[in-house]
Design a protein around this ligand. Structure first.
Ligand SMILES: Cc1cc2nc3c(=O)[nH]c(=O)nc-3n(C[C@H](O)[C@H](O)[C@H](O)COP(=O)(O)OP(=O)(O)OC[C@H]3O[C@@H](n4cnc5c(N)ncnc54)[C@H](O)[C@@H]3O)c2cc1C
Length: 491
């Protein structure tokens, strides 16, 4: 069979997965990655013995035999990963009250009824929905009949999905009187589709959304290993500037250094906005994509404060949220009265014995401020980062006395960092927000009028997340095989 060459722009999870599937199906592949490492948003960095995770809280598909587990096996050796599935997902505190979000739905229901008896009806509605979702299997399959059968199985769930799919987090928060429960649903992304939370808790109660010990470096390392072992190539420090188009088909990539790389097929696994409006200069943007880029909501960007604490903090919750009395100013348009911290006492690979890596996350829409500040006034940019780090350290030391005077490493990443290292539009953390308007449907992976060009990753899959990379890559590899009249196999 004739070898077709494919250039894949971007070595995040989506680019790596599409590389694996295409190598398995006999295509010659080269991933062009602008950074010096693979992973994109799925990354972590080390500072003085501490590893600071940027991404993963949980991976859908962590349980052997669970939904998506077999699919992950197609792209990496998931059995080499140890997953952590502690009883508690998150602890929330406000005005002296404490609420524990358990992974197990029965424990969760008991806790919510105890702490918020005034919301018993809404609590039971919520946990009932989680129990039903825990039995639900996402429809799909590789053949027409497998897909048909899966949709027939899913049919009884559709009315429930239709009902709850219309609600946002803010809508569901309104069902509760208890301030902490209101905060749990309302404090994050108010426009996010409500069903995102019961889905997450359904996967957790089924034991299928664990945290991979070693974090994203472990996981991404294994996908890179699989891709390389199949003979795939990766070129680091290779920033794609333009997609070369000849006679209505993608014919290669022009790198930012001026080098022209020809190819039979181009797949963009990079940021969607940059792909359509910069690399393709807006010339092949379909009406569908114009509508999407004008109306869909993005996940925000973020400031991440990472702290190396010379104390083991083993008795503290791994994921903690607190409503604060004082205000923390993140940037001129972003002020918050809350504090969301991950204490990696459950990952021994992230800090030397007796010490703990801690990460504090603040969402911001103000990426422009941070990028301009970094470009125009580097010393003020550094001073602002240092100010936020001081304020966060003070809150951490107040909440967790064992950390007092023990913060020995401080690192602050801003939206400017996210854009520099991943190229994501406006520093978005996860692409399109899944809202009642977007639903869970993926967007087209192809553009009318442009042959041999495909897109994968979070920007064609509202809700984003690592599974969006896997599943869009799998579907696009099938389409490429169909378009080039060759059989497809995941083996
Ligand atoms: C704080 C945080 C927490 C998260 N938690 C979870 C979680 O618990 N579970 C989960 O499943 N997901 C989580 N996610 C989301 C997940 O990380 C992303 O949705 C996913 O990694 C996106 O993968 P991607 O390959 O589509 O895009 P990206 O990761 O953005 O990859 C794109 C790649 O393309 C490269 N690139 C861009 N432009 C160019 C160019 N011009 N030339 C060459 N290369 C280019 C970039 O450098 C990057 O490597 C989280 C994300 C964040 C930020």
């Amino acid at each position: 069979m004739e070898q077709k060459s494919v250039l894949i722009i971007g070595g995040g999870i989506a680019g790596l997965c599409v590389g694996v599937y295409l190598r398995k199906n006999g295509f010659e592949t080269e991933i062009l990655e602008m950074h010096t490492a693979a992973g994109g948003l799925a990354t972590a960095w080390t500072r003085k013995g501490y590893t600071f995770e940027n991404c993963i809280h949980w991976l859908v598909g962590s349980k052997p035999g669970g939904e998506m587990n077999e699919t992950w096996k197609e792209v990496f050796d998931i059995d080499k990963v140890t997953f952590y599935d502690g009883d508690i997902y998150q602890v929330l505190e406000k005005d002296g009250s404490r609420l524990v979000i358990y992974r197990n739905v029965d424990q969760l229901e008991e806790e919510l009824l105890l702490k918020a008896p005034e919301d018993a009806a809404a609590v039971r509605e919520f946990t009932g929905f989680i129990r039903k979702l825990a039995r639900f299997k996402m429809p799909g399959g590789d053949t027409f009949f497998a897909r048909l059968a899966s949709y027939l199985r899913a049919l009884p769930y559709f009315p429930m999905m239709g009902k709850y799919g219309k609600l946002t987090m803010a809508d569901f928060a309104n069902k509760f009187k208890n301030p902490l429960l209101k905060e749990f649903f309302g404090a994050g992304f108010a426009d996010l589709s409500f069903i995102a939370i019961p889905f997450m808790l359904a996967w957790m109660t089924a034991g299928n959304a664990g945290y991979p010990v070693g974090g994203t470096p472990k996981l991404i390392g294994l996908v890179v290993d699989r891709y390389m072992s199949l003979g795939g190539k990766i070129r680091f420090g290779a920033r794609a500037a333009k997609i070369i188009v000849e006679n209505g088909r993608a014919a290669g990539v022009l790198l930012a250094n001026g080098e022209r790389l020809p190819a039979d097929i181009v797949v963009s696994a990079a940021d969607g906005h940059a792909t359509l409006f910069d690399m393709l200069e807006g010339r092949y943007t379909s009406d569908k994509f114009k509508m999407v880029y004008e109306t869909f909501k993005r996940f925000p960007s973020y400031v991440q404060v990472s702290l190396g604490v010379a104390a083991d903090l083993k008795d503290e919750p791994g994921f903690y949220y607190a409503a604060l009395d004082q205000e923390i100013v993140i940037d001129p348009q972003t002020k918050t009265h809350s504090f969301s911290v991950r204490i990696f006492n459950f990952d021994p690979t992230f800090a030397p014995p007796g010490k703990t890596a801690v990460v504090v996350f603040f969402a911001t829409e103000n990426d422009g401020y941070w990028r301009t500040l970094r470009d125009d006034d580097r010393s003020r940019y550094d001073a602002e980062k240092a100010r936020i780090a001081r304020e966060v350290t003070a809150v951490l030391e107040h909440r967790f006395p064992a950390a007092r005077g023990k913060v020995e490493v401080v690192d602050v990443a801003t939206p400017a960092t996210v854009v520099r290292y991943t190229g994501n539009w406006r520093g978005s953390m996860e692409g399109w927000l899944m809202t009642p308007a977007t639903g869970i449907r993926t967007l087209p992976a192809v553009i009318p009028g442009l042959k041999d060009f495909y897109m994968v990753g979070q920007w064609i899959s509202p809700g984003g997340g690592l599974p969006s990379g896997l599943l869009t890559a799998r579907a696009v590899s099938q389409k490429i095989c169909r378009d080039h009249r060759r059989p497809w196999s995941p083996k």
